[in-house]
Design a protein around this ligand. Structure first.
Ligand SMILES: [Cu+2]
Length: 183
């Protein structure tokens, strides 16, 4: 509807043409071993080297959320899992808590996270899996047709790409690195 006039005038500033402005949250960091107060932490420097970087942008409109991730300095030509988690980064990967879920899985507990594909899926959670290029760089994005009821507080980079089968859905191996997102 608004797209046609934008294209007609050759304007690339689509955001300014939107009916409602997006609320944008951004975070970026350079990974380092944990230290008190750290907001970008690598727990496995072999797979997420010290000095690697990640940047997350969350744009929420009325009924839609777009999340973008860029990473650099990771291992070349390698798949990684990545999700938004509920809690800020801490001394271990577990501090970040479970995946943010739009509709929480009633069967999930702190000890037993959601592995039901009805809830642990890329439409109900924010999955940002990526595959690095020859230089260790990657970008990924997710679009959800909902907005956050409370903001997720971290991005976790995992050792493997994300599983989808019943009983393992949402699992992606070890938590390699964490970037805290602003509240
Ligand atoms: Cu995760």
């Amino acid at each position: 509807m608004l797209l046609a006039p934008v294209l007609a005038v050759g304007c690339t500033n689509v955001m300014s043409m939107s009916a409602a402005p997006a609320a944008v949250v951004t975070a970026s960091g350079t990974f380092a071993p944990f230290a008190p107060g750290a907001t970008s932490v690598t727990y496995d420097p072999k797979l997420v080297p010290v000095g690697a970087t990640a940047s997350v942008t969350i744009a929420q409109e009325v009924v839609r959320t777009q999340v973008r991730l860029t990473v650099a300095g990771l291992l070349p030509d390698r798949g990684y899992g990545a999700h938004l988690h509920t809690d800020p980064c801490g001394p271990t990967g577990e501090a970040a808590g479970p995946h943010y879920q739009h509709r929480p899985d009633p069967a999930a507990t702190a000890a037993e996270p959601s592995v039901d594909p009805a809830y642990a899926n890329p439409h109900n959670e924010v999955w940002l899996d990526f595959h690095t290029d020859a230089n260790g760089h990657a970008a990924s994005a997710a679009t959800q047709m909902w907005t956050f009821s409370s903001l997720p507080r971290s991005l976790i980079i995992h050792a493997m790409t994300t599983e989808t089968a019943p009983g393992v859905a949402g699992m992606a191996g070890a938590r390699l690195a964490c970037l805290t997102l602003p509240a």
